[in-house]
Design a protein around this ligand. Structure first.
Ligand SMILES: Nc1ncnc2c1ncn2[C@@H]1O[C@H](COP(=O)(O)OP(=O)(O)OP(=O)(O)O)[C@@H](O)[C@H]1O
Ligand SMILES: [Mg+2]
Length: 375
């Protein structure tokens, strides 16, 4: 068929769902797993064993089942370890970022949780169902994977593509589902355009519409903005943000740290093993001491005599335009710092709490990994 046709990576939907909708809260249980027509059946070796951890609060503060519970999951290809002993949970309605350098194991994790390949050891529960070969069709019916390459039939129109995939997935209410999916990605007016004539960003949107057709309990997005220009990237970000608003559970792998920082409730940093997991602000706090950045017009004659005498300041170091002061409480320290600088006759340009980006966190961890490997 098309030039760019790829295997669809997920299965038919649950019947009876009439919305591409928010999924905050308990999952529906009336799904009828059906045969996945194209995706090969995985030889999943590991089945149950992990109990859903029920005391994890949901995003709305409720205590509920998690959309994903992953425990000690490992995947090896022969001697090569793709990811090792990975454990985490994702709540319903959460956008969970999965970050890591090239070869960290992100795509392999998605493929494993998506039941496309079997784990080597460990366990996972996906939307309440243990990962196992037997449960593969049931799990695939509840999730969607948007792979890095959109994999559309380029000679078919947007509508024909979606009809084709809805047919492969054996979905009910095809017309309604396609309409809602197209609306969700703002593509209703391009339904009769040939996919080959669409820009990369628009094709990515069609792929997202396809991934929404079955109203997935967990939507896996593997590098959804890879190769897109800033405008198309922003469009995809806006779509993901709108899905987040609607409470869709999203597992997002990305290299783009600003993407994770902006879109994700929590992020995990993977480098074969899981290095860190938490909200971006928690990760910053965990890795960096709190500090205050002081910018002054001219270097101080004797900074130690000024900063060393301040009780809230635990240390200082010069920067290009001033000084960074290690403090336990920036709000308490800043006024005292300002007074001391004014008394010393310094011209203050700014005093502000240091901001560490997720990029700082990531680079610090990756640098530590490189150092550890070179030891
Ligand atoms: N089918 C396979 N056979 C053998 N090795 C594989 C296979 N798939 C992945 N790997 C290896 O597993 C490791 C993790 O690969 P993976 O594609 O999951 O990384 P990634 O984090 O998605 O990287 P990227 O950011 O480049 O997409 C790599 O060393 C890769 O070569
Ligand atoms: Mg990858």
């Amino acid at each position: 068929m098309g030039d760019d046709a790829a295997m669809p990576q997920r299965a038919p939907s649950r019947p009876g769902h009439d919305e591409v909708s928010a999924r905050r809260g308990a999952p529906a249980r009336s799904r009828q797993p059906r045969k996945m027509p194209v995706t090969p059946e995985p030889a999943t070796q590991v089945a149950s064993g992990a109990e859903p951890i029920s005391d994890t609060p949901g995003l709305d503060g409720s205590k509920g089942e998690s959309a994903l519970v992953v425990e000690h999951l490992t995947k090896r290809f022969g001697d090569r370890v793709a990811f090792d002993d990975v454990s985490f949970e994702v709540s319903y309605g959460e956008v969970f970022g999965f970050l890591g350098p090239n070869g960290a194991g992100k795509t392999t994790t998605v493929r494993t949780l998506g039941t496309l390949i079997a784990p080597s050891s460990g366990s996972a529960i996906i939307d309440g169902t243990p990962l196992s070969a037997k449960n593969g069709p049931e799990i695939r019916a509840r999730i969607s994977i948007m792979p890095e390459s959109p994999g559309l039939y380029l000679r078919l129109t947007v509508m024909e593509n979606l009809q084709c995939f809805a047919g492969l997935y054996e979905l009910d209410d095809v017309r309604g589902r396609i309409e809602r999916a197209l609306r969700a990605v703002n593509l209703a007016d391009r339904a009769s355009d040939q996919c080959g004539a669409l820009s990369k960003g628009l094709r990515q949107r069609v792929a997202l519409a396809r991934a929404l057709l079955n109203d997935p309990a967990v939507l896996f997005l593997d590098e959804p903005t890879s190769g897109l220009d800033p405008v198309a990237t922003r469009e995809v970000h806006e779509l993901i943000a709108s899905l987040r608003e609607r409470g869709v559970t999203i597992f997002l792998t990305t290299h783009r740290l600003e993407e994770a920082e902006r879109l994700c409730h929590r992020v995990a940093i993977l480098s074969t093993t899981l290095r860190l997991i938490g909200r971006p602000d928690e990760l910053r706090q965990q890795l960096f001491r709190r500090s205050v950045d002081v910018r002054v017009r001219a270097p101080l004659d004797d900074p130690q005599s000024i900063f060393g005498a301040l009780p809230g300041v635990e240390g200082w170091e010069p920067t290009l335009s001033g000084y960074t002061l290690a403090v336990s409480d920036p709000d308490a320290a800043a006024p005292a710092v300002a007074r001391a600088l004014v008394n010393a006759g310094a011209d203050i340009l700014s005093i502000a709490e240091s901001r560490h980006s997720l990029e700082d966190v990531y680079l610090k961890l990756v640098d530590e990994d490189v150092e550890a490997k070179s030891r």
